[in-house]
Design a protein around this ligand. Sequence first.
Ligand code: ADP
Ligand code: MG
Length: 477
Amino acid sequence: MEWETVIGLEIHTQLATKSKIFSGAATAYGAEPNTQACAVDLGLPGVLPVLNREVVTMAAKFGLAIGAKVAPLSVFARKNYFYPDLPKGYQISQYELPIVEHGTLEIELEDGTTKIIGVTRAHLEEDAGKSLHEDFHGMTGIDLNRAGTPLLEIVSEPDMRSAKEAVAYMKKMHSLVTYLGISDGNMQEGSFRCDANVSVRPKGQKEFGTRTELKNINSFRFVERAINFEVERQIDVLESGGKIIQETRLYDADKDETRSMRSKEEAMDYRYFPDPDLLPVAISEKQLAEVRNTLPELPDAKRQRFMADYGLSRDDAGQLTADRMTADYFETVAGKCGDAKLAANWVNTSLAGALNKDGKAISASPVSADMLGGMLLRIKDNTISGKLAKEIFEAMWQGEGDADTIIDKKGLRQITDTGAIETVLDEIIAANPQQVEQLKAGKDKLMGFFVGQVMKQTGGKANPGQVNELLKKKLGL
Ligand code: ADP
Ligand code: MG
């Protein structure tokens, strides 16, 4: 039987505020455990939450960017459950009246076609603390620094039909929240993670199959692998006559498999009710208009502009605009060297490759946009060849200074003096009479041999085009 996969994602993105959603405690990552949790985050009696105004602006920004309805009035609700890292005994979230509803996000598939994915809703909520299972000798440590950190939970419609589509959606959403500046999107630190809801159905069937929910996946690669594993597992179960149980499963990246955590039947009844400590969140038309004015250029628009203004291909422009930092970096390089295509090439290949190899984000690149632009300028003015530029880039990457410093220090300036090249060329011609005869007789391939010899003798500092010209002139070709 042929099966069809159905996927809906719930993405949790941490909002980039300095303080928590209902208290003044800091949200900075990596502090000593329990040094950033105040009485409100600890859920001590007698304290009251006060909403951080910034999170409302951020959620509204997001809503506008996905063409959603931003609710004039939304309500915080208590989601009740017991867990050691939730001292209040409830999480403040939004339930019946979320701040954002009915948006869309366009994704691009591998074959170049696009698809619209529905965004059901996005709501504001607080994060819980962390349970630390290591280093406590059979006990569990609780770190409440994360308790009260603001989250925007973005729930999609079950519109995706493959793991690849889910990855494309997750990447696009990541790109959007970082462009908007509402999240740092740092996946290692858990600022952007998702739960994937997965089901399968016989192709052609209208009703959805029973779904499972894969919890807390924090990388694009894992989301793809987890979904693919789960789809295979569900098909196996169904084809051998079994039934899918609606349950929450955990993806184990080390074993590349999903495991049952708890069944939905056992899942607690959260007893949601409006939080009496918090007023409904009101957003006026005027406030919304102000937020709309602060919207930056978004990824799709930037991509179009890069294609139109810089003459870049759709692929190049797509790669450059996938995140805002890369786009800004590229524009600085292009501005500095005055050649957008050359800049796009270097950013998308050499720079992207080096960052990837060292596992670095572009914000931590040892070669700044100014440095790269400065080096490309030396290619443009013929100081260096493209080949030497690779060597110089590597040296800049290793911290040896900017391009001009390295060119001087290593004596890498391209030889543009015709006389100097001629001297070398004459020697090579004299040393290879046989090849000269063959070349004259029409064996054009030998041009490469001579140019190669000159490049070798000059340590790559001759200009290959110039060598070509001179050789032809000398041999009367
Ligand atoms: P819950 O409130 O139990 O989490 P929701 O109806 O809010 O359930 O759905 C959560 C997520 O699961 C949404 O992203 C939705 O698109 C997705 N989803 C719902 N039904 C299915 C299904 N049969 N297969 C795959 N995904 C589904
Ligand atoms: Mg859910």
